[in-house]
Design a protein around this ligand. Structure first.
Ligand SMILES: NC(=O)c1ccc[n+]([C@@H]2O[C@H](COP(=O)([O-])OP(=O)(O)OC[C@H]3O[C@@H](n4cnc5c(N)ncnc54)[C@H](OP(=O)(O)O)[C@@H]3O)[C@@H](O)[C@H]2O)c1
Length: 272
């Protein structure tokens, strides 16, 4: 199942990219390899490497922009009426493109939401962004957002969601599903920390896969969810791409549910 918004359910993130000049060629090559393998959703932000990650993405998509679904994010302190337009122009320049497919408010800050939504709507009308959404919004934030003029056009909410961090399943994910808003799962590998868990190792051995693939296979079985793991390692990128083919059998699903139980009550939204 692909969400009507997203062309693919598995993409690549860029959080720690663009920070060091010497890593640039490797990072660009990793993203290009991912695009070759069909990981055509790229997630970046003006914050990552203070623009450096967007420049890496700009290099990676050069000559193949139309094949890519591009997500970037505005800093909350730039999310004012004028600030968001200027930030978007800077991002477009670094990405070397004329449009961003999905532009997110990175997290809630001090600018009134109504002002940010109005600015997003203007950017959308101008064709600079094709859709807008939010990140790190819990249910109460979403309720407030959709009650604003134009707020119901929110196209996605990007939050921390992994096998090890399942709090969103209690209320936020059902809320988003009921309204047809996709959840973008960030850090779906728990920033790599999840991968040493013995239950994942056992499942990986049983399925002739890797722990990362099992974690992503589990994520892809969740309806209404799109995931953006990150790697600059070509072996890992190939494994991520191959996770789309992994089907988790019932006994593996059950073992994972036992090792990583679903929430049994409300929890504050986890953020990184
Ligand atoms: N909206 C937000 O506030 C927010 C917050 C955090 C993240 N994000 C987005 O989500 C993306 C992903 O999150 P993340 O980077 O924090 O965490 P992640 O994707 O959960 O984990 C990345 C780590 O997993 C390792 N890894 C990746 N593939 C692997 C594989 N096949 N086998 C073994 N290890 C593997 C990577 O190492 P190698 O590089 O060595 O492969 C890296 O250390 C970010 O890049 C960013 O775009 C958004």
């Amino acid at each position: 199942m692909t969400s009507p918004l997203f062309p693919v359910r598995l993409g690549l993130g860029t959080w720690t990219m663009g920070e060091r000049r010497r890593d640039r060629a490797r990072e660009v090559a990793a993203l290009r390899l991912g695009l070759d393998l069909g990981l055509t959703l790229l997630d970046t932000a003006e914050m990552y490497g203070e623009g450096g990650a967007e420049e890496v993405v700009g290099d990676a998509i050069a000559g193949r922009r139309d094949d890519v679904f591009l997500v970037s994010k505005v800093y909350p302190h730039n999310a004012s009426s004028r600030g968001v337009v200027a930030a978007c122009e800077r991002s477009l320049g670094r990405l070397r493109t004329d449009r961003i497919d999905l532009y997110l408010l990175h997290w809630r800050g001090g600018v009134p939401l109504a002002e940010t939504v109005a600015a997003f709507t203007r950017l959308q009308r101008a064709g600079k962004i094709l859709r807008w959404g939010v990140s790190n919004f819990d249910v109460a934030d979403m309720e407030e957002l959709v009650a604003l003029p134009g707020g119901d056009a929110c196209a996605a909410n990007q939050v921390y969601f992994s096998l090890g961090e399942r709090g969103v399943e209690w209320a936020l994910l059902p809320w988003l599903r009921a309204r047809g808003v996709p959840l973008m799962a960030y850090s779906p590998l728990g920033q790599g920390r999840l991968l040493g868990h013995p239950a994942l190792a056992r499942a990986a051995t049983a399925l002739a896969a890797t722990p990362a693939q099992v974690a992503l296979g589990w994520m892809l079985a969740q309806q209404g969810v799109v995931a953006v793991p990150q790697s600059a390692n070509p072996v890992h990128i190939r494994q991520i791409a191959a996770a789309r083919e992994l089907a988790l059998d019932r006994s593996t699903q059950a073992a994972l549910e036992t090792a990583f139980p679903a929430p049994t009550g409300p929890r504050a939204l986890a953020m990184l």
